[in-house]
Design a protein around this ligand. Structure first.
Ligand SMILES: NC(=O)c1ccc[n+]([C@@H]2O[C@H](COP(=O)([O-])OP(=O)(O)OC[C@H]3O[C@@H](n4cnc5c(N)ncnc54)[C@H](O)[C@@H]3O)[C@@H](O)[C@H]2O)c1
Ligand SMILES: [Fe+2]
Length: 383
């Protein structure tokens, strides 16, 4: 059985932030959840001014770190409940968005986050209205029903329809300040979502369509957004592709690259986008024999004329094309800096490989992973 659901209204375009007026009303008390750098950049102020124009009051919670932990969820919940918020607005990348959607649900429901994250507790009340304003174009969290929060040394996704945002405002003007390196790694995170969703065991027609189109858009516009961060057309295209890829992966699943990125982010605090971006060609090369015809279509979406190639040849070309794209985006080919910093040894690599293989995400991977294979990939990435 397949299911596809998109209850979030997605609005895009330069200046579309003003559409907040459709979801927030005069007199609302808005909890604006974001992170410190975005406040310093003046982006939170822009949102506050729009809210003031509507006649709503707002208070800012800006303590969400990259790769958020359960502690910050609990702190943010106390903030939202303490101010008596009627609406949650999130300005930020995947990290603040993942905290915001959880807190919007917790604010109207009993029980601790730990019970929802680990004991399958379900909410009984609808969440506070939650509006997502992404400032990175990568995770797709603005349209997903998933939140990824670290606890017990595990990067754990929790999902449910109650996590969908009421609306996602994709305003490229709020992405202009994203530096080239983050534009690259977050954009390749989106590409990884699309590729893993497309080749995964649980792919379906709706997610295939979104994934292939996202791959084509990212191949064309991500290098443009990287080369010229003020190119609003490219920024908007990449933001739309990231949302499409987010929907695809949320509703069909991910695979080996994200499963490997789990322990890397939990133990080494490697940014999510970077660990996926480095891992992507390794994961593609590993999976290729399981579904060469799917990788051949990926090559086509990336812009290759595959008419005279066998599936296998085109599939191999897809890996080379992604490597070329990563090279253009100046993404490193390994994570050996982290290997040196943390003094990684063989026991660590074995632990990472075992944990990756046990991750729920691996169930969607087209090739059944073997610990020794994943160890080899980690070795290649870390040494
Ligand atoms: N919920 C989901 O469906 C989903 C999917 C994939 C990943 N994730 C999670 O999302 C998180 C990663 O999110 P992310 O990659 O968007 O990064 P992020 O939210 O952690 O932000 C990374 C950095 O970019 C900065 N930044 C963000 N927007 C900026 C802008 N416009 N200008 C300048 N700086 C800006 C932030 O301040 C931060 O320092 C991870 O925890 C990951 O597990 C969630
Ligand atoms: Fe991701």
């Amino acid at each position: 059985m397949n299911r596809f659901l998109l209850p979030t209204e997605v609005i895009s375009g330069p200046g579309c932030l003003v559409e907040l007026k459709r979801f927030v009303k005069a007199g609302d008390k808005v909890a604006l959840i974001t992170d410190g750098p975005l406040v310093k950049l003046g982006l939170a102020d822009i949102v506050v001014k729009v809210l003031e124009g509507i006649g709503a009051t707002s208070e800012i919670f800006d303590e969400v770190p990259a790769n958020p932990h359960a502690e910050v969820v609990n702190k943010c919940r106390a903030f939202v409940e303490g101010m008596g918020a009627s609406v949650v607005v999130c300005l930020g990348g995947g990290s603040p968005m993942d905290v915001a959607k959880v807190v919007a649900m917790l604010a109207t429901n009993e029980g601790e986050w730990e019970d929802y994250q680990w004991n399958m507790k379900q909410p009984t009340n609808p969440p506070l209205t939650y509006i997502a304003i992404p400032t990175t174009a990568g995770t797709g969290s603005e349209v997903t029903k998933t939140s990824v929060i670290i606890d017990r040394n595990t990067k754990k996704g929790t999902g449910g329809d109650f996590f969908f945002a009421k609306a996602a405002l994709l305003d490229p003007e709020l992405m202009v300040s994203l530096p080239p390196a983050l534009t690259a790694t977050t954009g390749v995170d989106a590409l990884t979502h699309a590729i893993e969703a497309y080749v995964g065991k649980n792919h379906q027609a709706f997610t295939d369509a979104l994934a292939l189109e996202a791959i084509a858009i990212l191949a064309e516009y991500l290098p443009r957004a990287f080369a010229n961060g003020t190119d609003l057309v490219a920024r908007e295209k990449v933001a739309i592709a990231a949302a499409m890829a987010g929907l695809a992966m949320d509703q069909s699943g991910l695979g080996v690259v994200h499963a490997m990125s789990g322990p890397l982010s939990s133990y080494y605090d490697i940014p999510h986008g970077l660990s996926n971006a480095v891992g992507l060609p390794y994961g593609m090369a590993y999976n290729l024999i399981a579904v060469p015809e799917r990788y051949a279509r990926i090559a086509e979406a990336l812009g290759l004329d595959v008419s005279n190639l066998s599936f296998r040849e085109a599939a191999e070309a897809s890996v080379l094309m992604v490597e070329e794209l990563l090279d253009d985006l100046q993404i490193p080919t390994d994570l050996c800096d982290y290997f040196i910093k943390y003094g990684t040894d063989e026991a660590d690599i074995l632990k990472f490989a075992e944990e990756s293989c046990k991750m729920f995400l691996m169930r969607n991977n087209p090739r059944n992973p073997q610990v020794k294979d994943i160890e080899e990939i980690f070795e290649a990435m870390l040494k």
